[in-house]
Design a protein. Structure first.
Length: 272
């Protein structure tokens, strides 16, 4: 549910979610009816929001790991699964051919990624812009931090950026932190290496990623999965170590992406 003081605001937010859904290539959403009682209004978001947001809003992971950068990249269709994502992986994708930095004067669209960076350009936080009043964020990698539709001010209360340092492309040099906006698209298949070893390595990493993501998300709710934790972690390490050696020996874009993915997954192993 979306909650707010009036239906006009909630319908604006639902429309932004629906616009983002279409940009992701999902069927157009249909915002639900808004109702109010005692000055508090609610609107069903499941039919308007992108699938990942509708599934995850208000939920928590079962273990540490899935974090802000991962939430932004998975919600944007760049990464496949909830898990730990390193700041290096975030920087890599924002600088990739699939993302474009917004310049001064450009108007952010629903679904644009906001990268909060310090004065030296290091990643601090990542979240999704929807409207001036709404964003989507998982503020920390802890199990207690929810995936949440929340106001940008709530995000900036956790990761401060001065007001003058927030507009796209306009941060003064003296800013202690700044917001950088990126418009991204799903990675295509046109730049996949045409070699069997890549396909085999990527498939193995995807299997390990799926198992680790399931373990991180469902630790508290799936006793059977929890009982298999040691087996899953051991299997992931056996897969990821040789895959990393394979990826580290190559410099092409997709191999570099795979190497960063593997390093993030290895850190996820250490957090479970």
């Amino acid at each position: 549910m979306l909650r707010g003081p009036d239906c006009a605001l909630l319908q604006k937010q639902a429309a932004a979610l629906s616009d983002w859904r279409v940009r992701l290539g999902e069927p157009a959403g249909r915002p639900g009816l808004c109702g109010c009682r005692a000055g508090a209004c609610e609107l069903r978001l499941e039919d308007a929001a992108p699938d990942f947001v509708a599934l995850r809003h208000g939920t928590r992971a079962g273990r540490w790991g899935p974090n802000c950068w991962n939430a932004a990249l998975v919600a944007s269709g760049i990464l496949a699964a909830p898990r730990f994502t390193s700041p290096e992986e975030m920087t890599f994708w924002m600088a990739s051919p699939y993302c474009r930095a917004l310049g001064a004067g450009e108007t952010p669209l629903p679904g644009d990624i906001i990268a909060v960076r310090d004065r030296d350009g290091a990643e601090v936080h990542g979240f999704i812009h929807l409207t001036e009043e709404l964003s989507f964020s998982k503020n920390y990698l802890t199990a207690a931090a929810p995936y949440e539709l929340q106001s940008p001010e709530a995000v900036y209360a956790e990761f401060p950026v001065p007001q003058a340092c927030r507009p796209p492309g306009r941060a003064p040099a003296a800013c202690p932190a700044r917001s950088e906006y990126f418009r991204c698209s799903r990675p295509g298949r046109q730049d996949l290496p045409d070699e069997p070893v890549y396909a085999a390595t990527e498939a193995a990493v995807s299997r390990a990623e799926s198992e680790l993501s399931g373990l991180a998300l469902r630790w508290k709710t799936d006793p059977e999965l929890k009982a298999r934790a040691a087996e899953i972690l051991d299997s992931a390490k056996q897969i990821l170590a040789p895959a990393r050696a394979e990826a580290e020996a190559r410099a092409e874009f997709r191999w570099r992406a795979l190497l960063l993915r593997i390093d993030s997954l290895l850190h996820q192993v250490s957090l479970i």
